[in-house]
Structure formats: C-alpha cells, structure tokens
Design a protein around this ligand. Sequence first.
Ligand code: GDP
Length: 298
Amino acid sequence: EMPPQEGRGLFGRLFGRREAQPVMRRTLDDDMLESLEELLIAADMGVDTALRVTSNMAEGRLGRKLSVDEIKRLLAAEISRVLEPVARPLPIYAKRPQVVLVVGVNGSGKTTTIGKLASQFKAAGKEVVIAAGDTFRAAAVEQLQVWGQRAGVPVLTAPEGSDPASLAFDAMARAQDEGADLLLIDTAGRLQNRQDLMEELAKIVRVIRKKDPEAPHNTLLVLDATTGQNALAQVEVFRQIADVSGLVMTKLDGTAKGGVLVALADRFGLPIHAIGVGEQIDDLAPFDPEEFAAALTG
Ligand code: GDP
C-alpha cells in the first residue's frame, strides 16, 4: 500500500509536515488568509478567485482560533460551493442521434476523451458513432480508430486533407440511418489560424443542421489541466469560434494545477461534464466538487 502523500497538499505546504496536526489551533487572521491565498494562487486558481474564496471563508470568522482541520474543511467547503453549480454530467437528450461536437487545441486530449466517452456510452447500452473530423491529422485519425476498436464503436474517416464538413454530413446521415444514439465528432485544433478554424467549425455546424436543425446538441471544449491559467485563455478563444456548451478537463491526474478548474467555474460558469484522470479508456470520471475540493486542499 502507498503511504499517504504527506505534506503534498496545500495544508501540508502551509503548516509543514510535522506541524500539520489536525488539532493544532491557529488564529484566522490576515496573515493566515494571505498564506492561504498564496497557496490557492500557486495551485493555479488565479488571483480573483483565490481572493474571493478566502474572503468568503473568513466572513464572520476573522480573529477566531480554529483547528487546522477546521480551516481545511472551511476552505474545502468554500471551493466546493464555487464548483457545485458547474458539476453536471453530459445531458442526455431523447434525440437520436444526439450530436456532440468536440473542440480544443491539439494535445488537449480530444481524441482520448472521445474514445473514453464512446466507451462509457457503449457500455451503457447506447449505439455510438465517431466521426474523425480532424482530417488533416493522420495520427489523430489512426488514434481514434484504435479507440473505436477498443470501445466497439464504428469510426468514420475521410481521406487525408478532405473537407471535414463533408465527413460530418456523411457521419450524420449514417448515424440517422442506423438510429444511433450518439454521434461524437472530432474537430481540428489548429489555433494558429483561428479564422480558418472558425470557418471550418461553422461549416460543420451548417451541414449537420441540414440533417437536424438542432444539432450539435453539445459542443464540448476539452482543456488540459496541466496548462494551468492558459486554460482560461483557451475558453475565451473557443467561445469566440464555437458555441461551447460545456467542458471536459483532462490530465487532472498528477498535476498541482487543478485549481484552474475553480477559476474556470468562477469566471465562466460553464458546465464541467467530466474529468480525465489518466490515459486509459476508463479514466474519465464524473466531476465531484466535494471530492475535488478535498483533494485540492488535502
Ligand atoms: P488531442 O490532440 O487533443 O486529440 O489529444 P490526445 O487525445 O491525443 O491526447 C494527448 C496526450 O495526452 C496523449 O498522450 C494522451 O494519452 C494524453 N492524455 C489525454 N487525456 C489524459 C488524461 O486525462 N490524463 C493523462 N495523464 N494523460 C492524458
């Protein structure tokens, strides 16, 4: 069995390993609040959110002597309060097929997340179709085919460099013909040419709406937690080029930057549908605010 990771959470760092006795009492004063703010900022929560969280936590309690354990629980509760409203599993519509467009920069974990989602829905008895819409990246297409095989889900592809919108249209037709429950559409993530990407995404949306005026039903933005505060900038950009309806945060396993999720919740209020916690097909977890806050403050 692994020993507990002592001293690695925020409080371990604040009070030191040996001193972090749960019953040790400390005064909740300005110095203490400042230390807590620094810790939250170091965990990539961003200044505004860190200040809001600590000041909410201190309200009506300033000058009180509290045990380290109490402080930890109060802070976790405050963080949890920010996260609670955005923790929403991907909504499932009666619509067949439900069309989910997946966007995000290359490397964020789009392909992996699509594989994981396909596997989860397939295991839940849904018929799933994947469209490998990043037709310019042969590696992404191959990767999706591997995921599709593992999940037992068909992956529609098109020749390298061909029009992603035409693939999306064909995938839509096939998903409708087969009465599939879910169509997951991968997209390109080349932010270097934002205008091109915007037009490409708009065209995909336009053609799938010929088949279903309400599609896509969800536009998932996949973000890499290890990029820290950069994730906030990515949300800003992608909200300009696509109608982002929710987020998936990947690579939360083994990063100290998970605090960015709190900043995202605080700033944008977009639903966080799931979190990626590893590279394997089952490593997609529902987002649990309490568990997350407890782990962050740990
Ligand atoms: P894409 O370019 O956006 O399609 O990104 P990929 O899905 O190819 O993922 C990029 C890299 O991140 C790959 O090496 C994945 O195995 C890895 N990855 C994706 N999601 C996670 C996750 O939740 N945890 C970890 N540790 N790695 C991940």
